[in-house]
Design a protein around this ligand. Structure first.
Ligand code: SF4
Length: 252
């Protein structure tokens, strides 16, 4: 059993009530900005109701994606979501919804650069271990954190095999109305749900001026992402965990 599975199993052995009891005193009270809450996005109504007929996903071609592209993706995410200006956060708890990482092919020693964000798993370990249901998965596969339910226990951060979540240590100012962030809560890539629900692409996808990153409905056989996945060899990072990620990669 690997580290991630061990952590998940351990967490499941605690009842939610016990867990909340033991952590509530240490986790502190989250301070949330006013504005639109993430719960709004769970069942976004209107012209684009959330159903499991869709499964939003992203395909990143590491052969086409340049290092400049990845920088552009990171900058676009920071600009869109308003993270990255926190003064005192450090190390792996520093906000980083999307990261530039290098992966090495053990067989060939080839190194690829890629953008790594929440992989929007179909079987998200973060949702399994969350004691308050703050971590959630929408019907269309987008994984979110409801900041109003998050008690800052950080179990989801331990459970995530992609190190894709970060913790907010300090009070924040100048937040985006569509993305309330809060001291004492955990956050991660939202697949730009606020844009997707309006029929737009995520900001990081828009930032890349090529088809190195394709966003779309994995379930729609006519979508570009679906058709490309049928044509090219692709992989999921840590495919061995069988999480069925919404973010896929080709060229690695
Ligand atoms: S989809 Fe949106 S939130 Fe996620 S990494 Fe891209 S820009 Fe950031």
């Amino acid at each position: 059993m690997d580290k991630c599975q061990t952590s998940i199993q351990k967490n499941k052995n605690l009842s939610r009530r016990d867990f909340i009891k033991t952590t509530a005193t240490t986790a502190g009270v989250a301070t949330i900005a006013t504005g639109i809450t993430l719960t709004t996005y769970v069942n976004a109504a209107g012209e684009n109701p959330v159903t499991n007929e869709k499964r939003w996903g992203m395909l990143i071609d590491t052969n086409k994606l340049t290092e400049v592209d990845i920088d552009d993706m990171v900058n676009a995410c920071q600009e869109e979501q308003g993270w990255g200006n926190e003064a005192h956060s450090t190390g792996n708890q520093k906000a980083g919804w999307i990261k530039k990482v290098k992966v090495k092919d053990k067989a060939t020693d080839r190194i690829s650069n890629l953008a790594l964000m929440c992989q929007h798993c179909d079987q998200p370990p973060c949702v399994d271990v969350c004691p308050t249901n703050a971590s959630m998965k929408r019907e269309d596969g987008i994984v979110l954190v409801d900041r109003h339910l998050c008690i800052g226990c950080r179990y989801c951060m331990m459970a995530c095999p992609y190190d894709a979540r970060s913790f907010v240590h300090e009070a924040l100012t100048d937040q985006k109305e569509h993305m309330p962030r809060g001291k004492g809560t955990v956050e991660a890539c939202t697949m730009c749900v606020h844009k997707v629900d309006k029929g737009e692409k995520p900001a990081c996808v828009e930032a890349v001026d090529s088809d190195a990153v394709i966003f779309g409905d994995l379930h729609d056989p006519t979508s570009k992402i679906n058709q490309t996945l049928k044509r090219v060899q692709s992989t999921q990072i840590r495919a061995d965990l069988n999480l069925n990620t919404g973010v896929r990669y080709s060229g690695i």
